[in-house]
Each structure stands twice: as structure tokens, then as C-alpha cells.
Design a protein around this ligand. Structure first.
Ligand SMILES: [Zn+2]
Length: 336
């Protein structure tokens, strides 16, 4: 099959909508809204996007959320995301969105969600991409963000919202903190996913699986520290949504050639490939596929299966999943 990854119809199920804002857009947003940024110029901001750890990443991410003050700011964020999808032929996305941060900075979480959903729905009606949302609880503020996010999920029946998620830092924030909130979310009908095993060890993945009952794990790469847990993920088909460049910048796996992804696949753990927060890590989805192929030596056939895993393990309804799987199969038949 062709190795032109740009041409492939693609899925991406681990992408933060707020994390798609480029330095140029953030500079414009902050300037016109009078929001202070941790840089005095656009050049300085671009340099700030070069991360050396999770704390700096989080500081900038929160400054970005604070810079969204008007409906058109949210529309601009979504339009930038949609343009990047179309440029790369990304057809299906499960995007993480964190309403609590938009509530916290004053715009209103529900209002932000409605604007985002309207924009995404219009794009889908116009031919795509198809986007579904995972509403994240940020781990650094669970006592406030947990009840807020679950309360919001219990109020809505928004077809674009398909799951509850857990984002934010790991160390100092055990996954078990959100267990009662995730239980409420499941009772309200939402499947659960969670970030785990990214910056902290395999015990965090175990908590996500056993206490939070997640369908997928974002990252999960440090699960390899616990062989019994690796077997459990493989047996239960709990998918890990891996992001290579993000991992080389924020985790202990700084050396891409020794990234755990091939070992996870060899152990039978289903995985997908994503960017996480592309401009923050100077990457895009085509580049991630290229790196997985060129540096990790994964074959196009293996990468195509990972691509399909975004649909197989995705949380869209069955009819939509089938429609997209048929679309992808038709493309594959035309491009043997
Ligand atoms: Zn993430």
C-alpha cells in the first residue's frame, strides 16, 4: 500500500482542541483581548512553544484558555483545527475539550461547548471532517472541575459529546481522585477514557483500568513497566492513544528510536497514533506517521491498522463508525 501518509484518509483520537491553537493565533487572541502571555513578542512566544517539560506546557496551555474571550475567538480556534484536518485528510477526530477551563476564565463552559459544537456540526454537514468530543476533567483541579464537568454532562444530550476524559498532570494527582465523578458519568451514560502512564508510571494505568473502567488510555506508554498489566490491556482490548513527538518532549522517553510503541504493538495492545497538541510540539499527524515509519520501522500495513483502530476503538455510534470504515475500505481498494 502507498506510503504517502498525507494522502491517507486518517483518524486521530487523542487531540486537544485547545491544543491546536498556533503561536500566531494565540498572539492575535491575547493582543486583541489584552491578555498577558509568558512572552513579550511573537518571536518569544514561538520560542516558548519549544517545551522542555510538563509544567511549562501547562502554563502556556492555561494562558491560551484565558485568551479565548469572545464567540469569534472560539470559532477561530475551531476553524484553525478544521483547516489542519482538511490539509492532512484527517476524516475522523475524537477531540478532547475542557469546559471547566472556559468556565474558570469567565466565558462559560457550556456556552463555549455550544459554539464549538455548532461550528463542528456545520463542518461535518459540509463534507467533514467528522469530530466527536471528549469532555475532560483537568486533574490539577478535580475538587472544582470534577463536579462542574459531570454536572454539565448530566444536563446535556449533545450528539457530538461521546465520553468523559481525564487530562492534566499525573504526579501528585492519582487517577483514583476522579473515580466518583467517573462513576456518575457512567451512570449518566458516558463511556470513560483517561490520560495515564504518560509522565507517571504503570500504577496510574492500572488505576485508570481498574478504578475508572476506561475504554481507552491516552498515552499509556509506561504500562510496559508492569507485564501483567500489559497482558490485561491486550486481553481486554483497551487501546492506547500514543503521541510520539509529545512523548519525546514531555516524558522520560526522550529518544524516539527507543519509544515503547513497537513493544506495545508486539504485546498485542491495540494502539492509535495522534499528535496530542500539534503546534505545541511542532508536529502534525502526517509527520507522526512518517516518524513511526522511518524511525520506529512500522510498516504501512501496521500503520493502516492503527489508523483503523481510531474507528474500531472510537466512541462514535455504530452507524457512523461503519460509514467511515466503509469509506476507508473503499479508499484502500483504490490504493492497493
Ligand atoms: Zn493528551
Amino acid at each position: 500500500m502507498p506510503e504517502d501518509f498525507a494522502a491517507w484518509p486518517k483518524t486521530e483520537v487523542h487531540l486537544h482542541l485547545e491544543g491546536t491553537v498556533s503561536p500566531e493565533t494565540l498572539w492575535d487572541l491575547a493582543s486583541r483581548n489584552g491578555v498577558a502571555l509568558p512572552a513579550a513578542s511573537l518571536e518569544g512566544l514561538r520560542a516558548h512553544y519549544a517545551f522542555d517539560g510538563f509544567d511549562r506546557f501547562l502554563t502556556l496551555w492555561l494562558a491560551m484558555c484565558n485568551s479565548l474571550r469572545h464567540p469569534r475567538d472560539y470559532e477561530e480556534m475551531v476553524d484553525g483545527y478544521l483547516a489542519a484536518c482538511r490539509r492532512q485528510n484527517v476524516r475522523y477526530v475524537e477531540a478532547h475539550f475542557t469546559p471547566y477551563n472556559h468556565e474558570r476564565f469567565g466565558f462559560g463552559g457550556r456556552r463555549a461547548l455550544e459554539i464549538v459544537c455548532d461550528r463542528l456540526r456545520a463542518a461535518e454537514a459540509a463534507g467533514g471532517p467528522v469530530t466527536r468530543l471528549i469532555l475532560d476533567i483537568p486533574s490539577e483541579s478535580v475538587p472544582e472541575s470534577g463536579p462542574y464537568t459531570i454536572g454539565l454532562l448530566e444536563q446535556i444530550a449533545e450528539p457530538l459529546v461521546v465520553a468523559i476524559g481525564l487530562g492534566g498532570p499525573e504526579e501528585g494527582f492519582p487517577r483514583s481522585l476522579v473515580a466518583p465523578h467517573f462513576e456518575r458519568a457512567r451512570a449518566a451514560g458516558y463511556p470513560c477514557v483517561a490520560h495515564a502512564g504518560e509522565t507517571a508510571g504503570a500504577a496510574f494505568v492500572r488505576e485508570a483500568v481498574e478504578l475508572l473502567k476506561v475504554r481507552r488510555v491516552q498515552h499509556g506508554i509506561r504500562v510496559l513497566e508492569d507485564p501483567a498489566l500489559v497482558r490485561l490491556l491486550a486481553e481486554r482490548e483497551i487501546c492506547c492513544d500514543v503521541a510520539l513527538t509529545s512523548n519525546t518532549l514531555l516524558t522520560i522517553h526522550r529518544d524516539l528510536p527507543s519509544h515503547p510503541l513497537p513493544a506495545l504493538l508486539a504485546a498485542g495492545v491495540p494502539c492509535t497514533l495522534s499528535t496530542d497538541d500539534p503546534p505545541f510540539f511542532g508536529t502534525d499527524l502526517v509527520r507522526e506517521y512518517q516518524q513511526a515509519h522511518d524511525v520506529l520501522g512500522l510498516s504501512p500495513a501496521t500503520l493502516w491498522e492503527m489508523n483503523l483502530n481510531g474507528l474500531r476503538f472510537g466512541l462514535a455510534d455504530t452507524a457512523l463508525r461503519r460509514r467511515l470504515l466503509l469509506e476507508f475500505a473503499a479508499w484502500r481498494q483504490e490504493h492497493p
